[in-house]
Design a protein around this ligand. Structure first.
Ligand code: FES
Length: 332
């Protein structure tokens, strides 16, 4: 049985300050517009920020991890400000461009923190981050430092200059921090060498580009790691795949029929047509967009549903999954 999902509460925040730690990354400090204490959060949590549609259509939500860099402060009880890091993606769908155009004093509508990437409490942790994937990992490093737990943090980017928050990371992680740059053979990250030197089933938390995550997971599985010790968060949204075709979706409540183009997700089609669907990760792992299916055959592409749920044909994740039978009926 699937757990029901609830939308977090909505907050109005004001941009209190903006930093530019690298040429492509901006860091935003957000405070409550009325100065109130903000809901606390666990390491790995993120906010959803409302992004207005440039053409006046339905606004969308983008998820950004919460950065916490000070081990002396416990953010779980509530905080005075949230900090986000956003990398500008020229080819993206506009969320990062909107964020990078913000100025101090701008107002944002956000959903309160949620966490799909929680840090468990094992004795020794291996943290691996690529590029802007450092944002949830840095909060984990801060929590581990505060608890005086053992960890290693491997932080990799294309160049040393592309890595934000390095000085703050040095302060909190000290010699537990290893920096890696692709353009420097002396420090380039070798996942094989890293895992050969780790203990099998030492918990791994990895966040970064999809290719990096896949490499880490494949290398760990090959060496015998159990799935329960592999934790990851993808920042990339589901992309169309070769061979994807157009299909029709029917909304049970109204009988309305929508066409999902081959290069568009079912979720985007629903949003653009004003259908109110909850979503978060857009990558098939958070579970928020679970939708009941009343007819048609689903092509499942998520990592959230169990094999039994998928086999039942009665539920799907509309952010990534599609249709095998040309026509789906959804309980919407
Ligand atoms: S939005 Fe997260 S699983 Fe679909």
């Amino acid at each position: 049985m699937l757990a029901p999902m609830f939308a977090p509460s909505v907050l109005t925040l004001r941009v209190a300050s903006i930093d530019t730690p690298t040429s492509l990354i901006k860091s935003f400090t957000l405070e409550a517009a009325d100065g109130a204490l903000l809901p606390g959060f666990e390491p790995g949590a993120h906010l959803q920020v409302e992004i207005p549609c440039a053409t006046g259509g339905v606004p969308q939500w983008r998820s950004y991890s919460l950065i916490h860099l000070d081990p002396a402060v416990d953010p779980r009880a509530g905080v005075r400000a949230y900090r986000l890091g956003v990398r500008r993606e020229e080819e993206g769908r506009g969320g990062s461009r909107h964020m990078h155009a913000l100025e101090v004093g701008a107002t944002l509508t956000v959903r309160a923190p949620v966490n799909h990437f929680p840090l468990a409490a094992p004795p020794r942790v291996l943290l691996i981050a690529g590029g802007i994937g450092i944002t949830p990992i840095v909060s984990m490093a801060s929590a581990l430092a505060a608890q005086q737990r053992d960890f290693e943090l491997h932080y990799s980017g294309r160049t040393r200059d592309a890595l934000p928050f390095v000085e703050e990371l040095r302060m909190l992680a000290g010699e537990k921090l290893a920096l890696h740059a692709d353009d420097d053979p002396a420090t380039r990250l070798s996942i094989d060498a890293l895992l050969d030197g780790a203990q099998v089933n030492q918990p791994i938390y990895v966040c970064g580009p999809a290719g990096m995550i896949e490499t880490v997971l494949a290398a760990a599985r090959k060496r015998g790691w159990h799935e329960c010790d592999l934790h990851y968060e993808l920042f990339t949204e589901a992309a169309p795949q070769e061979g994807d075709t157009t299909f029709e979706v029917e909304l049970k409540s109204s009988g309305k029929r929508l066409t999902v183009a081959a290069d568009k997700s079912l979720l985007d089609t629903l949003i653009e047509n004003g259908v109110d669907v909850m979503y978060d990760c857009r990558a098939g792992y958070c579970g928020l967009c679970t939708t009941h299916v009343c007819g048609g055959e689903v092509q499942h592409r998520d990592t959230y549903l169990s094999d039994a749920d998928k086999a039942s044909g009665k539920v799907m994740q509309v952010c990534v999954s599609r249709c095998k039978s040309g026509h789906l009926v959804l309980d919407l």
